[in-house]
Design a protein around this ligand. Sequence first.
Ligand code: SF4
Length: 272
Amino acid sequence: MARKTTKPKRTKPKSLAKTKARLKAANKGTAAKVKPPKVQARADAKALHGDMPQWKPAEVEEAFRRFQAAMPEPKGELIHINPFTLLVAVVLSAQATDAGVNKATPALFKLADTPEKMAKLGEDRVRELIKTIGLYRNKAKNVIALSEKLIAEHGGKVPGTREELQELPGVGRKTANVVLNIAFGQPTMAVDTHIFRIGNRTGLAPGKDPLAVELKLLEVIPEKYMMHAHHWLILHGRYTCLARRPLCEKCIIADLCKWPGKTTLMAAPAAT
Ligand code: SF4
C-alpha cells in the first residue's frame, strides 16, 4: 500500500512580504517612495531654491507635537558649567563638532571657568589646550579677547542681550542665539548647518541664508514650542535627517516632510 505524503506548505519569505506591504503603502500615497541618489540630489537643489510646497499651520503643529512627545526636555550637547563656559564652548564649536569640542573643554574649564581665570591663563596656554579643535589659533585669541571684554565692560558676567553678545570677539548671531536660549531662557532660533538643511529640505522654512531660515522658523513655529524648537531641529538633523543619507524610514515627521527625495517606503508612525 502506497504511503500518503503531505506536501510542506509554501510560505512567502518574511522580507518579501514586508517589501510588498511597504510598496502597497507607497502606491496608495500614504508613504514616500524610494528615490535614487540622483533624484535626491535634484530634490536637494530644488529645496535650496525654496521651490517647495508650504507647510500648513496644522502640519507644523503636528510636527512639533511629535518632537515634544518623543523628547519632552531636549538638551544641548556642549559641555558647560555656567553661562561663561557655555559662551566659550559655543565660540569653539564654530566649524567643529560638539563631540570634538567636548574632548578639549573639560581640561580647559577645570583651569578656567570664569573670564578672570581665562584671561589669567593666557592665549598660549588656551591655544595649547584647544589645539585639537579646528581654527584653534584664532579661537584662542577670541576666547582671551572676549574674556577681557567681559571683565572690562560687563563686570565679568555674560550679558543677556543679543546686541551686547554680538559685540564680543568671535560671537556672531548664531552663538548669541544659543547663549540667549540656553543660559537666559529666551525662545531664540540658532540656525546651524543642520537647521539650515532641514528648513530648506523639508520645506518647513525655506531661505537662501541662515538669517532667512531663522526668521521663517520664528514665524511658523507655534510660540509654545519655541523654547525647545532649536534643540529638536538640531538633534533631528544630527541623528535622523543626515546630510548625505537621511534616515527617512526612522523619521517621525516623514509623512509631513515635503522633500521629493524622501528615502522611505514607510508611512510615518501614527500620531499618538
Ligand atoms: S522624511 Fe525626515 S529624514 Fe527624510 S528628508 Fe524628510 S525630515 Fe529628513
